[in-house]
Design a protein around this ligand. Sequence first.
Ligand SMILES: [Zn+2]
Length: 312
Amino acid sequence: MQNSSVDKFNYKIQFTTSTVYFLFSFLLLTSIGCQKDTGITYNEADRTIQITDNINIDNGVRDKKPIFNFTNYEKFLSYVSKSDHFLIVPLKNFKNTNSDNKVVLSVRYDVDDDIDAAVKMAYRSRKYGIVSTFFILHTATYYSKKVGEELIRNPNLIFYLKKIQDSFGQEIGLHNDLVTLQLMYGIAPRQYLKNELAYLRGNGINVWGTSYHGSPYCYIYKYYNAYFWYEYPDNGWNYEYITKGYKTIKIEKDSLSSYNFSYEAGFLGQDYYFADSNSIKGKRWNMGMVNLDTIKPGKKVIILLHPEHWDY
Ligand SMILES: [Zn+2]
């Protein structure tokens, strides 16, 4: 829109001054009108984030929703990054980081379905000097698609992850949907996980940790994806077996160390955990609901955000 306005302006500039003023006012009004229509604002130096020669992410801010928008998200990043109260670390460093005079804070992102929003949030984390952890979901459409009995990876996935990890300095982790994989896709999860990690690590993506995904199937068949791990205790649902139709399926399990994972994000023993997947009195949790300044130094806090809630 901006370029075509400039072209029109250049073309008409040979007319009289009053015509130029008239056209200028007209174009100004038109361009304001256009901005209103799309609702996109560009506060950033980078209007687009390039993933490959053919893939660019529009880095504009839409702010359509009252609370879950990038303006509020950036206010939060600005506040925690400027305050002396917090020591912010990626999750790979969470367990071994302690402080007497600061609150240890990690911001975790579970990228359930919007990789573009994740890239935009990684960009903004970098802008405020924050290193966070982005867990990518191996059953999401941005990661793979099911063809027959197989999951075929998105060949561009690595470029998105490199942008998050290498350009924006963030940690990448794997968002585990492994029990779902066994139950719904009939794929053996141990071999699958070995293959995926070999692929990711072989392509220069450093995966230290994992977090378990709350798939809609978890609520239907009563399991946590964390049940894949021997380290996760039996908490009352279908820890060993799941019944699906006439079939009873024994959940495959393994240890974190078999895959060189140094942590599971759900087993880190934090003092406070806040998540935008939780609901407080019928409202989705957001950072405006807690005063992080009231948390005492020495305490450890994890905040979980889902990118798809914040962009749009
Ligand atoms: Zn998830």
